[in-house]
Ligand binder design. Sequence first.
Ligand code: PRP
Ligand code: URA
Length: 209
Amino acid sequence: MGNIVITNHPLIQHKLSILRDKNTGNKEFRTLISEIAMLECYEATRDLPLKEIEIETPVAVAKQHDLDGKKMAIVPILRAGLGMVDGIHTLIPSAKVGHIGLYRDPETLQPVEYYNKMPADMEERDVIVLDPMLATGGSAIDAISQIKKLNPKSIKFMCIISAPEGLKALSEAHPDVDIYAAAMDDHLNEHGYIVPGLGDAGDRIFGTK
Ligand code: PRP
Ligand code: URA
């Protein structure tokens, strides 16, 4: 079973409260999604390997550490995952970006794939899959299954709000994938929405409702 990390840092909790508020407008919502993703990225990259290097300060030679040649890719699940890309790029500007387009059929709640474009050298990369919402888990499970066909070195999944149902389904389907979330909510309602959640993340990022 992969690790499930709920990053309940005070800064994240504060930003989550504003994010969930139905009166928060699209512009502020986008900023918060990006900022929370950046704060979660700090936790999700805690295990990056380092190598020792020597640098000269104006005073002396210092033994320091450098990231050890990590090649990263981030894969937002369209649409809502796009909102997390800027926050991750702030900390890892060299990360390449793959895109996977999925939407949930409103009746069956099953993911329907409509786009897939990944970096050419995925087998050399450590991948973080991004989607603010982990509800039933169907979209994340499907996206990760597609990405695994390209044999990346490792895969992590990062969301902002998760439902217990989605955490269980994803960790059972892909036990090798560590999951990072800013919150674990109560349950899913009869339409597959996370309760209390924040509504439809894609609509709130892009102002489509
Ligand atoms: C939302 C969300 C996830 C998915 C989560 O996308 O961004 O991708 O639902 O639900 P699941 O865990 O039950 O699969 P949606 O299908 O609404 O598409 P959109 O991002 O284009 O709005
Ligand atoms: N997708 C969303 O955007 N919100 C939910 O609550 C569930 C799935």
